[in-house]
Design a binder for this molecule. Structure first.
Ligand SMILES: [Fe+2]
Ligand SMILES: [Fe+2]
Length: 410
């Protein structure tokens, strides 16, 4: 899942709207929920005064009750998908059995051979890595740092209502998926980390400091961190973005003569492809269940400029490290605004968003229009950004990751 969602920030962000037609049932629903919901939600709702509520209080309570209602529906769907075996049938087969899975040790110099052979293998890896340009190394480090933020992503996924692993060894499908997905992802950071260490081209202390900062700083939560709909959409986008960026890195590494790096990134990309298929499939299932809720969730996630998992990376030197890394990725073609527009288009097609019809509310229709028109807006914004960059001329930034060598950002 961890991936490069740089260009999602290009998506325009109009103010969030509250669904307007809810006030009539607000009071009854809210009181019922106070009795039935968890203590934190009851506490939240219990703070409301029922004495002559002001208009803003009514609107806020309506929004809160609406979200609690949505949350309950999403949670029930998640539980149902686990209980009726849907997750077992449609998601778990997309994980590779451990006995068949690659491990980082399969793809890097071996230490079970003689000392001479070990030195020879490391020397060969370093000779090939010598041809990798700094901009590709920066992209690789940024991807590796993002992959190493995995503890935060597992923690976030575990907060999804109805989909979490409450005990750490729950037996339901979502919990088994989450642990299996985490185990597969864990190899990505390990593999890239070891390659970067062995290749000798990067300042590992600065890279490790960046990972340390990222884990300490965490990631900004999604719009509704416990929302299953938001999580499934977010997961689909992230996995696809990660597939694109690792696959492009593999291709460019091959062109620069580093077959080892090309292979590493290629196997990671293949994992991301399977993960994308799983989340996309689950989101499609949710569309079947609640097309109005899902299209509104999709628009909300897009409008909120999906929070990038590595956005808070920090090497202790460059306050705009993530922006600069993103700019290098854009310039080098590893991940671009056009890729983001393509992704939105892909998911609109995959989830048949344009064809949703009779069951949509007014807000659902507005969300549908917004999402279907988004790729065109993103492409237009990309053109404007490229025009601005062209007017500014060449600009470079020094990256601590590559011993403070300057790397072109545009
Ligand atoms: Fe993944
Ligand atoms: Fe990954």
């Amino acid at each position: 899942m961890p991936g490069l969602m740089t260009m999602m920030a290009l998506a325009p962000s109009p103010p969030m709207s509250v669904r307007p037609c809810f006030c009539n049932k607000m009071r009854g629903t809210t009181m019922l929920l106070v009795k039935n919901r968890s203590s934190s939600q009851a506490h939240l709702l219990g703070r409301r005064s029922w004495r002559a509520p002001a208009a803003t209080t009514v609107a806020t309570a309506a929004a809160t009750a609406f979200h609690v209602d949505e949350q309950e529906r999403e949670e029930m769907m998640m539980r149902r998908l686990a209980e009726d075996g849907w997750v077992d049938e449609h998601m778990l087969p997309l994980l590779t059995p451990v006995e068949e899975a690659w491990q980082p040790a399969d793809l890097l110099p071996s230490f079970v051979v003689s000392a001479d052979e070990q030195r020879s293998q490391v020397a060969e890896l370093q000779a090939r890595a010598a041809g990798v340009p700094d901009d590709l190394l920066v992209c690789l480090v940024g991807s590796m740092v993002t992959e190493e933020g995995l503890p935060g992503y597992m923690s976030m996924a575990n907060r999804v209502a109805g989909g979490g692993d409450a005990t750490g060894c729950d037996d339901h499908g979502w919990a088994r998926w989450l642990r299996g997905w985490t185990a597969e992802e864990n190899r990505h950071g390990d593999l890239l980390n070891r390659y970067l260490y062995l290749c000798g081209r990067v300042d590992m202390r600065r890279v490790e400091t960046t990972v340390h900062h990222l884990l300490g700083r965490g990631m900004r939560a999604m719009l509704r961190p416990s929302s299953a709909y938001h999580s499934l959409i977010y997961g689909s986008f992230q996995e696809r973005a990660t597939f694109v960026s690792h696959a492009r890195t593999a291709r460019q590494a091959g062109l620069h003569g580093d077959a080892c790096l090309a292979k590493l990134c290629g196997v990671i990309a293949a994992d991301e492809r399977r993960h994308e298929a799983a989340y996309t499939r689950a989101a499609a299932r949710a569309f079947e269940d609640d097309q109005d809720g899902m299209v509104r969730a999709l628009a909300a996630v897009m409008r909120a400029k999906i929070t990038m998992p590595g956005e808070l990376m920090d090497d202790g030197r460059d306050e705009r490290l993530f922006d600069h890394f993103s700019a290098v990725a854009q310039r080098s073609g590893v991940y671009t605004a056009a890729d983001y527009a393509d992704m939105v288009e892909h998911f609109v097609r995959r989830w048949k968003v344009a064809e949703l019809g009779a069951g949509l509310s007014g807000e659902g229709r507005r969300a549908q229009d917004y999402v279907c028109g988004l790729p065109r807006k993103i492409r237009r914004m990309e053109e404007l950004a490229q025009d601005r960059a062209a007017q500014m001329g060449a600009q470079s930034v020094c990256f601590s990751w590559v011993f403070d060598r300057p790397v072109r950002i545009h």
